[in-house]
Design a protein around this ligand. Structure first.
Ligand SMILES: [Zn+2]
Length: 449
């Protein structure tokens, strides 16, 4: 197997001490970080393997995004400037409902291409109703690390043809979890994904939670408290607030990731903290759909676990971790002052805290000996970045100034997925042209349905 010595200018580790190393090199053997050495001629000349010189480059842990909809990537730009429930009913559900395996494969490729080119090495995906095997196959083949699962819907007043029976949803999900949990050397795990309260019966929500006991370190992934119309409807149906309702049916916990959590009361904040439920914050999506602003500063102060995600391409419209970091920081400041959500804190939310949310932090999320080599390499030697030699300027450059275009190389599980700006798995032109053709096919099927 492969043996590498990476020689960057700087290594930002996101370890417990936020260690930053200058003039050190990283040894990787069989996908695992095996050493952090002084950058000396004797270390480099004596190395038995491939030495990769990354002059002037910054090495960071790959980003972990904890809320993504790969299946929606084809639909970017088709549902702009709409309100959430309208957005779902008129555009997103009809389009998702019209996926066939070929269009879904194309959507997954397009999403994974963009994510990996932008330094994301691990994600939590919501999946879609049908053909979920296609997404898994693409995740496996792409080299991506992922927790993913079939989106479960057994009631749908917004778009009635986009649902299945409770039993069929549970059976298909169990089959998928059996086939795909903890495969590809542990790179892929199952994430149970009931869509949101309004599209799931109580039986589905509870039975899905019970199923998780058969799959160690699987994740329960759903949306919560995103929109005022949504929580009003939850209140009407269940006489409770959304998170309070989840608590009443025992689906909260440290293996549960709730996307958004914008509209919550004091009791719900307390529930999130005491149950150690994970919040996936998606600031671009929340602003674009005008859903609201999640109380992230409060969550962090009160010990609620937070990580970041780009959500789906139609509500963002990029899948860039850099955009989410920058917005997550800026969004809290007008309310709580400029000192909150500093760049280092936000960088941790996009890396190690994401890994903790998915329970993969013993494997990835930081650069430490013994962890898997999931890495992102950045070129920040450009006039648009701070020239300050201070370590703080590194975080500032990454969170406030960088974009996905600054990513030059990406490694997942010790394998190069992006090298010198070129994707190693996908051909860019082919991914793009296939996506254009497949979108046409989806829209044709929407018309005919
Ligand atoms: Zn979502």
């Amino acid at each position: 197997m492969s043996k590498y010595l990476l020689v960057p200018q700087t290594i930002i580790t996101a370890d417990a001490n936020d260690s930053i190393f200058h003039n050190k090199c990283l040894e990787i053997e069989n996908g695992v970080i095996t050493g952090i050495h002084e950058n000396s001629t004797s270390v480099i000349s004596g190395f038995q393997g491939e030495v990769v010189h990354l002059d002037n480059k910054v090495l960071i842990p790959g980003f972990v995004q904890t809320h993504i909809h790969l299946c929606q990537t084809l639909f970017r730009g088709l549902a702009d400037d709409m309100e959430l429930l309208d957005w779902l009913q008129k555009r997103i559900f009809p389009c998702e409902n019209s996926h066939d395996p070929a269009s879904l494969k194309s959507a997954a490729q397009l999403g994974i291409y963009e994510l990996t080119m932008g330094g994301t090495t691990c994600l939590l995906d919501m999946g879609t109703m049908r053909h979920q095997e296609t997404i898994f196959d693409e995740l496996i083949g792409s080299g991506m690390r992922a927790v993913a699962g079939k989106c479960m819907i057994d009631q749908n007043d917004l778009y009635p043809s986009f649902k299945s029976t409770t039993k069929a949803e549970l059976d298909y999900t169990y089959e998928l979890a059996n086939a795909y949990h903890n495969i590809a050397e542990g790179r892929i795990r199952y994430g149970f994904a009931p869509r949101f309260v309004l599209s799931c019966t109580e039986e589905l929500l509870k039975e899905t939670r019970a199923m998780m006991d058969d799959f160690t370190d699987s994740i329960y992934h759903t949306h919560s408290s995103e929109n005022k119309g949504e929580i009003q409807e939850v209140r009407r149906l269940h006489n409770r607030e959304n998170i309070d309702y989840f608590n009443s049916i025992n689906v909260l916990g440290d293996h549960t990731v709730l996307a958004h959590c914008i509209h919550v009361n004091d009791h719900e904040v307390d529930l999130l903290r005491s149950t150690r439920t994970r919040v996936a914050h998606c600031p671009s999506s929340n602003m674009k759909l005008a859903s609201g602003i999640a109380p992230i500063h409060r969550y962090l102060q009160e010990g609620v676990h937070v990580s970041l995600g780009a959500d789906g391409a139609p509500c963002n419209n990029t899948l860039s971790a850099f955009n989410e970091m920058r917005l997550a920081a800026l969004l809290q400041k007008p309310f709580h002052g400029p000192t909150v959500m500093d760049a280092k804190t936000v960088f941790r939310l996009a890396t190690i805290e994401g890994a903790k949310a998915l329970h993969v932090d013993s494997l990835v999320g930081s650069i430490e000996i013994g962890k898997k080599a999931d890495l992102c390499i950045l070129d920040l030697s450009d006039p648009t970045f701070s020239v300050s030699p201070d370590d703080e300027a590194l975080y500032s450059n990454i969170v406030y100034a960088a974009t996905a275009a600054r990513v030059t190389d990406v490694m997942i599980n010790g394998a190069w997925v992006v090298r010198k700006g070129e994707h190693q798995i996908y051909e860019k032109d082919k991914v793009y042209s296939t996506a254009k053709a497949e979108l046409k096919n989806v829209l044709q099927r929407v018309q005919n349905s």
